[in-house]
Structures are given as structure tokens and as C-alpha cells.
Design a protein around this ligand. Structure first.
Ligand code: TYM
Length: 333
């Protein structure tokens, strides 16, 4: 009974590479935090991944790996619904329906579509264009109140809300209008080599991003070479993008406020601070990395958990899909 009163949460992550510290601080950590107070559904968004060409063997390996990471961050498959998007066919079914309630112009305005079209100019496929509609289906199927995401996905959540509002306007209340949940610190973790750009899995420079499975040595090296400025004071200021980024990572990992950090590091140089940030990150990731190594040795268990998650996801999402199809007027036999 208790769990029926809880509000719902849904989010997803693409499996295309090991998550960065940005994915972790901006999203995954909040997923775990929210899983105690909300009814949560979390997916590995493998269907979204194929909007860009993927090596078949790698896609399979990375999807399983991402599922293991979700378990390793401490999500309990009994309490939350943890699943792989392609295992639950309702997602592609609702996506088609919603395509017909999405305007060409509103999809064309998506910043990520514009960026990815430039980056993959030889493969601007229809899937890349319809990507936010599939994401809207992922969300709306579970009727969530909140969607924990990093700042870069806010525009996609807005289009999901617009599609839901349009559908509700035509057919009456069908979808819950979801709110983004964006953490106060770490909503946009920046590249360590160019702190004006977000930290991204696809960055060509390996020193620009920290992967959550990097070894302690790699983490120390990457933070040591992080780009800062010619000043030497650890303080949060408009013209100090590199230091601001390091402070926000440190604050997210230790819970310390910017004032506290400034006081603790006053009189110390950037070298000391960079090392402290690296150590805080290593400590934050230690339990996750241990759990991950353990889980990856048990493929049968992972498969069983993925099947269990898909079953639960199918049950919840089918209810929304049926409701939607009835309202549109399909002949259901
Ligand atoms: P994806 O896989 O790119 O990223 C997963 C989550 O990580 C957040 N994130 C960041 N947060 C802070 N700083 C950064 N540098 C950073 N980089 C990434 C993202 O905002 C995201 O929350 N389209 C989505 C996946 C998706 C989805 C969904 C999300 C598919 N269906 C339904 C929410 C609901 C994506 O590509 O995220």
C-alpha cells in the first residue's frame, strides 16, 4: 500500500560508453538518492544509441555493462524497475503514436539534433530527428512526476511535456506532465580540458573526461592536468570556469559549500586543490567500482535481473499504451 502513494520517477541513460563523472554527478547519483522516496523506473536507452552507427558486438557488451553499472550504483531491482529499453516493446509503439502528435518544426528546433547533425553529417537519419519523441515515449509511458536529468536534457523534457499537453488537450487527461529534477550542484559538469564545454563521453581528448571506471591513478593524472587559469586562488568567480568546475565536482562529492572550500584552501595552490578533488572523486567512486567488478563476473544473474525488470516495465507501460490507443480510436480486439 505504502508504495502506491509514492510519486513516480523515470530516467534513462545511453549505453554508448562508460558513463563520465558528468553522467554520474548530474544524473546517476540522483537516481540512487531518489530511489528511496519515489517509485522509480530507470532504463538503459539502447534504442537511442543506434541513431549513431554502433558496432553490434560493442553495443551488446556496453548495454550489459551499463545495466551492471545501474545495479552497482546501488539500485535495488526489487524496489525500482531497472530495465533495458529495447526489451520493452511499448516504447517503440508509443513513440510511433507520438510522432503523429509532434510538429516537424518543434523537433527541428532541438539543439542536440542540430549539434549531432553537424557532427555526423554523413548520417543524418530520421531516427536522429525523432530521437526526442522516443524519449517522450520513454517518459510518458510511466506517468512520472519527476525526471532526474542533467541540464543538457532539459529541452528534451520540455518537448515531452508539450507533446503530452497536446495529446491531453485533444483526448482528455492521459499523461502526467513530468517535471525535470536537476540537482543544484553538478547539473553541468564541464570538460577538464575546455571548461566552457560539457564533459562528454564522445570527447576525442581522453584527458577531458573522467570515466566512472577509471583507476585511481588515471583519475589523479586527469585532474592534475585539468585546465585552470593563471590566478592562484581557489574561489568561485565568473572568469574562472576551470576552478568553478573543480569546485562544483568537489562540492558534489564531499557535500561542502563553496564558502567552506574557499576557506579550507585559502593560501594553498591549485596543485593541492586538484589533488584533493581527485581524492574526493576516487572515494566517491570506490564502492561503485567494487560492486561493478563483482557483478560483471555473474552474467547469468545480470540477465535474470534484466528479464525481471523488463517484465515489471512492460506491465506498467502497457497500461498507458492501451489507454492511449483506445483514446485515439484503434480497433482493439
Ligand atoms: P545521456 O546518456 O547522454 O546522459 C545520461 C544523463 O547524464 C546527464 N549528463 C550530464 N549531467 C551533468 N554534466 C554533464 N557533463 C552531463 N553529461 C550527461 C544527462 O543530462 C542525462 O540525464 N536522451 C538521454 C537518454 C534518455 C532519457 C530518456 C533521459 C533516453 N530516454 C528518458 C531521461 C528520460 C541521453 O542521451 O542521456
Amino acid at each position: 500500500m505504502e508504495s502506491q502513494k509514492k510519486q513516480r520517477v523515470l530516467s534513462a541513460i545511453q549505453p554508448t560508453s562508460v558513463p563520465t563523472l558528468g553522467n554520474y554527478i548530474g544524473a546517476l547519483r540522483n537516481w540512487k538518492k531518489m530511489s528511496t522516496d519515489y517509485d522509480c523506473a530507470y532504463a538503459v536507452a539502447d534504442l537511442h544509441a543506434i541513431t549513431v552507427r554502433q558496432d553490434p558486438k560493442e553495443l551488446k557488451r556496453q548495454s550489459m555493462q551499463m545495466f551492471a553499472i545501474l545495479m552497482a550504483i546501488g539500485l535495488d531491482p526489487e524496489k525500482s524497475v531497472v530495465f533495458v529499453q529495447s526489451h520493452v516493446e511499448t516504447h517503440t509503439q508509443l513513440a510511433w503514436l507520438l510522432n503523429c502528435y509532434t510538429q516537424f518544426g518543434e523537433a527541428a528546433r532541438m539543439t542536440q539534433f542540430k549539434e549531432k547533425s553537424q557532427k555526423h553529417a554523413d548520417n543524418i537519419n530520421v531516427g536522429l530527428f525523432a530521437y526526442p519523441v522516443l524519449m517522450a515515449a520513454d517518459i510518458l509511458l510511466y506517468q512520472p512526476h519527476y525526471v532526474p536529468i542533467g541540464a543538457d536534457q532539459k529541452q528534451h523534457l520540455e518537448i515531452a511535456r508539450n507533446i503530452a499537453e497536446r495529446f491531453n488537450g485533444i483526448y482528455g487527461n492521459t499523461f502526467t506532465l513530468p517535471e525535470p529534477f536537476i540537482g543544484e550542484v553538478g547539473a553541468r559538469v564541464m570538460s577538464l580540458q575546455d571548461p566552457t564545454r560539457k564533459m562528454s563521453k564522445s570527447d576525442a581528448n581522453p584527458k577531458a573526461s573522467v570515466s566512472i571506471l577509471d583507476t585511481p591513478d588515471m583519475i589523479v593524472k586527469k585532474f592534475k592536468s585539468a585546465v585552470t587559469d593563471s590566478d592562484s586562488f581557489v574561489r568561485y568567480a565568473e572568469d574562472k570556469a576551470g576552478i568553478n568546475n573543480l569546485m562544483s565536482i568537489f562540492s558534489a562529492c564531499t557535500g561542502q559549500s563553496y564558502e567552506q572550500i574557499e576557506a579550507d584552501f585559502s593560501g594553498k595552490g591549485y596543485g593541492d586543490f586538484k589533488l584533493a578533488v581527485a581524492e574526493a572523486v576516487i572515494e566517491e567512486l570506490r564502492p561503485l567500482q567494487a560492486g561493478f567488478d563483482h557483478l560483471m563476473k555473474d552474467g547469468a544473474y545480470l540477465k535474470q535481473c534484466a528479464q525481471f525488470g523488463a517484465q515489471k516495465a512492460r506491465k506498467i507501460s502497457q497500461r498507458t499504451l492501451d489507454k492511449c490507443m483506445k483514446k485515439i480510436g484503434f480497433w482493439i480486439v
